[in-house]
Design a protein around this ligand. Sequence first.
Ligand code: SF4
Ligand code: SF4
Length: 451
Amino acid sequence: MNEISRLVQEAGVAGEGGAGFPAHVKYSSTARLFLVNGAECEPLLGTDQYIMAHFAGRLVSAALSIKEALGAEKVIFAVKDHYREQIAALKNAMAGKDGVALCLMESVYPAGDEQVLLYEAAGIRIPPGGIPPDSDAVVSNAGTLLAVADALEGRPLTHKYLTVSGAVVDPLVLRAPIGTSFSACIERAGGVKTSRPFIISGGPLMGRPIDDGSLDHETVTKTTSGIIVLEEGHYLDLRRRTAPLHMKNRAHASCIQCSLCSDLCPRRLLGSPLRPHLVMRAFAASRGMDELLETRAAKNALLCCECGICEMYACPMELQPCRINILIKEEFRMRGLRPEFPSGEDPSPARPYRRIPSERMAARAGISNYYGLAPQGFEDMSNVRRVSIPLKMHAGVPALPCVKTGEKVEAGSLIACIPQGKLGARIHASISGRVRLFDDRIVIEAESLNE
Ligand code: SF4
Ligand code: SF4
């Protein structure tokens, strides 16, 4: 393990843009290209944009350190061409430095998808079922890079930048201790503007809806990029409530096999064997999950990035191929099955004409009224009195607590380690206080001043 990876592992950095892949593992390999994902393609999020505008110098120098560790030829920062403030800050930080460049991307959705980004920024394609290192590239987003910059200066990952937006009084970017409750974050944004809120963790299109009644248990993790508040009964809320049997009946009755979902699928347009219209056909025709999972179409559903274009934008019959793909992926995961994939094709020559402008995607998803409502403020949540930190905020196995109930900890001290020989990330206390251990989390409560 190189020195950068060692520091990153000690600091507990996990990829902040997706599944939380432990960053030290990524940076232990070699690669020809290090790509920084600054596209932030989900509408309403402004987290990475805030980070790039305010910490460009630290990001560029951390990226160059990672480039050295990987033995890469260059670093590319991929950002959208309308991020004027961020572009100016990055250009300024890159001035006079070799081996680092900017790639300006159009505002299309999903520009931040790793596969789309690598192709747009460097013409690199990832084989079906593969990851960027399979194509000699490593990708990290701006938030992860800021955590790496801290790690290189000896500071562990204890706080997370995130956007709170949608139907809140003052949309803003927060820097919150990991483990802070969602409710506290929403309060900092002035509270909700609707009597029946529907809340999403992450971006509105690919984020995770919070089940009714579980908001009190939701806390900021290493991968929380945003908290989006919408109204109950919103299109995005109704979409997730359709029962699988109802989706199946509708697929059977209404899918006209027009293949528009496949024609506009960004993965398909890059040459992936994924074909959502064939998934729909197999889903409608199969007599059960066992039969469905045997089909080639369903196996290829694992290549879906869950962008939702097929159902929110393409399908004229308002069917839900994306949700069906998610169901199939979940079923494969629960059964521990990992099918092989056929090799891909060349990108479609129609691809340049089938990219979806972000603004139109936002309109189809019913969030135009919030689109362009850039988070105006920033707040550093420094006086949080209680945090609840999950032991699994990263890919791999849960971290192993190395503190006991009743113990006092200081902010920044190590509270959970990576089990020997396993994939995982360390966890540090995000506030000072007294610890309580639970099966899946560690709670820290700040002590009152007179204790
Ligand atoms: S776009 Fe809709 S109707 Fe057309 S094939 Fe896809 S799921 Fe079926
Ligand atoms: S959600 Fe639909 S459009 Fe997006 S990658 Fe999956 S199948 Fe393709």
